[in-house]
Design a protein around this ligand. Structure first.
Ligand code: AMP
Length: 399
């Protein structure tokens, strides 16, 4: 079986999966794992294969050591590079700036271009490059492919991509909307066209990727025309721990009056805000339980979350003019039926009617959750970014 290795390298972790590109989105990968606490005195590698979990604890000084140890652990459990047929490696790269609109076969030149984009993603791109460099050394004979989180939004029209900030400053520092979660928005919008057996060009779709990070996109005839994340993934919807849209004046206010440094405000807005900042928890299962127990902060956090989602929904309905399908995906979007119900409640006059029984179906695959007479169809389509990356990577192996 031809497999793709998919790597998602963070600053102190590497997520990896061995994926059969023929899989369905809800299928388990052939193997998966996580290298974590890289650079700390003791690191940890978890490997899941054939329903079993294997854990290794050892010092992992850097990404290179982490990936080598992960491969050793895979070897011990019969899924190492010498035992399985890895035909390509797909690397998730967070920021492709305005340089990359589509996945790229990685060469030294491409690595340098990704390096040039570090100022736009100072935490993510260096880690992505580490992962690429290590994996290319360990697996030199297969194609390595970079898949950019921003790529799908390369098509944003200027009206949606530009910020109303001084254009010289914007040009010099790359200040504009790039959008993120592109692999997921593209994947679920393409799946929608397949399920409806219609060409993508004939469909206008609003995609809602609601996970711990969350974003929405307006997709017109297969092309993204707007999205809620911005120059960074901090913008847009209220998220698990991120503010989403907030008056930029708050930054100046906190710097001047709370004596907070830029790094402290960055940390506050990315890690201690959003649903967690308002309620104390970021997992929607816990949030729901707290609401059911009468917790006022949880209720208020939930309402702020839903209100913001509906704001974006309304603005994308106007931007697209005609909407054929609304799609929910990712952890919250696939599993939290109450979020879908509340996000679309009372919109019958806009042609949106959710069927409560369909909305309550378990998350076992793509499903229609609107009524048969709903003008706009509503779907839940499980996303699988690793599978999408694996498929891109394998295309290069075949080419
Ligand atoms: P993701 O970032 O796509 O992995 O989504 C993770 C988030 O999905 C978690 O933090 C939860 O808030 C949410 N989630 C996962 N499973 C469920 C569930 N069964 N019900 C409600 N929310 C869920």
């Amino acid at each position: 079986m031809a497999l793709a290795l998919v790597l998602n390298s963070g600053s102190s972790s590497i997520k990896f999966q061995l994926v059969n590109p023929e899989n369905h989105a809800t299928d388990e990968p052939f193997a998966s794992g996580l290298v974590e606490q890289i650079g700390e005195p003791i690191g940890r590698i978890v490997l899941k294969v054939e329903g079993e979990k294997h854990v290794l604890e050892a010092p992992i000084p850097d990404h290179s050591a982490g990936l080598k140890l992960a491969f050793d652990l895979m070897d011990q459990h019969n899924c190492g590079p010498s035992q399985v047929d890895i035909v390509a490696v797909g690397h998730r790269v967070v920021h492709g700036g305005i340089l990359f609109s589509a996945p790229e076969l990685i060469t030294d030149e491409i690595v340098e271009m990704i390096r040039d984009l570090i100022p736009l993603a100072p935490l993510h791109n260096p880690a992505n490059i580490d992962g690429i460099e290590v994996a290319r050394k360990i697996l030199p004979d297969v194609p390595h492919v970079a898949v950019f989180d921003t790529g799908f939004f390369h098509s944003l029209p200027p009206a949606a991509a530009l910020y109303a900030i001084n254009s010289e400053v914007a040009a010099e520092y790359g200040v504009r909307r790039y959008g993120f979660h592109g692999t997921s928005h593209e994947y679920v919008s393409q799946r929608t066209a397949e399920i409806l057996e219609k060409p993508a060009i004939d469909l206008n779709i609003i995609t809602c990727h609601l996970g711990n990070g969350a974003s929405m996109a307006a997709v017109e005839g297969g092309r993204a025309v707007d999205t809620s994340m911005g120059m960074t993934p901090l913008a847009g919807l209220v998220m698990g721990t991120r503010t989403g849209d907030i008056d930029p004046g708050v930054v100046f206010h906190l710097a001047r009056n709370a004596g907070m440094s830029i790094d402290e405000i960055d940390n506050l807005m990315n890690k201690k805000s959003g649903v967690k900042g308002l309620s104390g928890v970021n997992d929607f299962r816990e949030l729901r339980q707290m609401i059911d127990e009468g917790d006022q902060d949880a209720w208020s956090a939930y309402n702020v979350y839903i209100h913001q989602l509906r704001r974006y929904l309304g603005s994308y309905m106007i931007a697209l003019g005609r909407v054929d399908v609304i799609v929910f995906t990712a952890g919250v979007g696939e599993n939290a039926q109450f979020v879908r119900e509340d996000a679309l409640a009372g919109l019958e006059m806009y042609g949106i009617k959710v069927d409560p029984e369909r909305n309550a179906l378990p998350n076992e695959g793509p499903r229609l959750i609107s009524t048969d007479d709903s003008k706009i169809k509503v779907y839940v389509i499980p996303t699988n970014e690793e599978l999408a990356i694996a498929r891109y990577a394998v295309k290069f192996a075949k080419a």
